[in-house]
Design a protein around this ligand. Structure first.
Ligand SMILES: *Cc1c(COP(=O)(O)O)cnc(C)c1O
Length: 423
């Protein structure tokens, strides 16, 4: 049964609409596979966080690794969002959409010299630093550039968040952040990093966390750490609580932004630091769908397979994280649903979107939609099997536009050459 909570995608006369536009009309022009984003939902979800936390006026840095489409970024920048970046490429995209550099936070365990130089030159708000060697390196580069840059230490609070193993980041068995002992030692010796203001604490414990308890545990641990530092005379100006808010995919009842704020804000009472947040999935996850065309069905006597024109190269979450995405038809029909595996054309057994799933009995050539595909969808796509990346579309009311063209074969061989010694 269709029970998606996001009102921007709904049926009228058995036809799925994105806002005021028929999905079938979009894919007729844009082709499949294709991502479609609702402008309205993106804005609404961003505002949910903004309003819930307005008492402390946080810097809300949208985590652009969740979706770095330029139209999506522009939508959020127009709403006053900052950006959380993890690479030099993301920095360049952020600057392309004219994000305010003073609202850019840069995390990543492996920032290169070139990336650090570009971020310093761009004048970003701060680096979220993940190791002591990285800290020394940023200090060295800042000295060379004659700049003094702001730094938060990403601490590893060593807690286990109840989420998928591959998106769990807050334990010391993972590569992220700095253990508390090392972080404390750095803060107490901050004076030796002459070109850094080491005045922030950052945490990010994982993604798709639907309950508040793990966040609260991590925040309380970080605040206790900050209090200890303050007794030693260390001042913290920024506290970055990361992202990770879970969303609805199947039968989750994730905390709302309001409920999250109601738990977090009391902990921050009387603090003088500026709060930074880095939501990704929460803002865009439910705002996007992924449309594919059914090619064939086959039945090998043991199992039925529905084969579609999208593969794991286009949408990796189901095979990478065993992620569940609701699959619904673009046009509802009266035929009895079938139970099958929904699979792509890629030569990998892992190229599966759904196992033993009851799905609408689409005819060959009809379109199916994977819901809640706006986060970690297109951004994770690849050219595996020499397949061009899909198109991306944004809808706003009755208007829609292709905001990322489908790749062509020429795009796929650009930069490739056959050397003279093979000719
Ligand atoms: C991925 C990431 C986020 C965003 O996570 P979501 O679960 O999408 O909200 C925020 N901060 C950092 C450092 C990240 O790596």
């Amino acid at each position: 049964m269709y029970r998606h909570p996001i009102h921007s995608f709904k049926y009228k006369n058995n036809e799925l609409f994105c806002e005021g536009v028929k999905v079938s009309a979009i894919v007729k022009k844009a082709g499949t596979p294709c991502y479609i984003y609702s402008h309205t939902t993106i804005v609404e979800h961003f505002r949910k966080i903004k309003h819930a936390f307005k008492a402390v006026d946080p810097v809300i840095c949208f985590s652009m690794k969740a979706n770095s489409n330029l139209a999506v970024l522009k939508t959020l920048v127009n709403e006053g969002a900052g950006l959380d970046i993890v690479s030099g490429g993301e920095l360049k995209k952020a600057l392309l959409v004219k994000a305010n550099p003073q609202k850019i936070a840069y995390a990543s365990v492996g920032k290169t010299d070139e990336e650090i130089v570009e971020a310093i030159r761009a004048g970003i708000l701060l680096f979220n630093v993940e190791s002591k060697p990285e800290l020394l390196n940023i200090n060295r580069i800042a000295l060379r550039l004659k700049k003094k840059v702001q730094v938060a230490l990403r601490i590893n609070p060593d807690i286990e968040a109840p989420t998928h193993e591959k998106i769990n980041t807050g334990s010391l068995k993972k590569k992220f952040g700095i253990d508390l002992k090392t972080a404390r030692e750095i803060f107490l010796n901050a004076g030796q990093y002459k070109n850094l203001f080491i005045n922030g604490v950052h945490i990010h414990i994982g993604s798709q966390i639907t309950k508040s308890a793990p966040f609260l545990e991590a925040i309380e641990k970080a605040l206790a750490f900050i209090d200890e530092l303050s007794m030693d005379g260390v001042r913290i100006d920024f506290f970055d609580i990361g992202g990770g808010l879970g969303i609805f995919y199947k039968d989750e009842t994730p905390q709302t932004a309001k409920a999250y704020a109601a738990k977090v804000l009391p902990l921050l009472k009387g603090r003088n630091f500026r709060l930074i947040m880095e939501p990704g999935r929460f803002v865009v996850g439910n705002a996007g769908i992924f449309v594919t065309r059914k090619l064939y069905t086959k039945d090998n006597g043991v199992k039925k397979f529905m084969i579609v024109d999208a593969g794991m190269n286009d949408f990796l979450r189901p095979s990478l994280y065993d992620a569940y995405h609701e699959i619904v038809p673009v046009k509802k029909n009266k035929a009895k649903p079938i139970v099958c595996d929904v699979v792509g054309p890629i030569c990998e057994s892992g190229d599966v979107f759904a196992h033993d799933r009851k799905v609408a009995a689409a005819k060959d050539g009809e379109y199916l939609v994977m819901m809640s595909a706006g986060a970690y969808g297109y951004v994770m796509s690849s050219n595996y099997n020499v397949r061009p990346r899909a198109a991306e579309v944004m809808v706003k009311g009755k208007n829609w536009a292709i905001v990322q063209k489908r790749e062509s074969f020429n795009d796929l061989v650009r930069g490739a050459s056959i050397p003279g010694f093979l000719k």
